[in-house]
Design a protein. Sequence first.
Length: 275
Amino acid sequence: MEELVTDATEHSEQLIDLLWTWGPKIVTAILTLIIGLWIIGILVRTFGKTMNKRNVDPSLSPFLKSLLGAVLKIMLFISVIGMVGIEATSFVAVLGAAGLAVGLALQGTLQNFAGGVIILLIKPFKVGDWIDTPNHSGTVNAIHIFNTILKTPDNKTIIIPNGGLANSSLTNYSAEPRRRVDLTVGVGYGDSTEKTRETLMELINADDRILKDPEPFIAVAELADSSVNFTVRLWVEASDYWPVKFDMNEKVYNRFNEVGLNIPFPQMDVHVHKE
């Protein structure tokens, strides 16, 4: 009977020692976990509100919030198990090795994802813009996380991975509200340059789509082999660029014929000598 009492006393003392040793650590870890999750929730919600204020793409916002929440929770979990006394080094090593393996397997996909994030955050172009890349050009139809979709004027669909698109040069023709129309108009040698300039100004002033500020520019640019070339520079709203360019070419051709100005074309004279 005495032995049983002694064993019970020893077990009770060991239990009390364990409670005194591990109790504070466990309680501290639980409190840290609860408070940490609460703080993480506040940070994720604040991050989401900030993205909404900055007009971040709706398709990107939920993913970034989830990613931020997952990273913070993993960091919190590692801190909590370290507080309890569990060795976290091996756990972190296994997690890092798994992350490296996944990263290598999805290298191209992750690159495209990173490119999509950069495009959606920096916004070098938006849906509806006409862009010109090293290999393709067209109107931006959609911007997704992994790729961007272009529509060509002949209604072709081009899918471009965001990784290469974010790291290459491109031209956005829709970024500015105004564009300059550059025309080269040739007249024959012997035609009056003054009459040519007056005729061009007449056509320009008759078109309300051509802006008066900046002023239209007309100058003799080149004395070419078979023509005197005029450079004509006109400023228009971006949406009027192609209509004005096409219309001016047609109007110049018709009006020059009416006023007697010659539009030369390359020709060759062949002389045959008989012996």
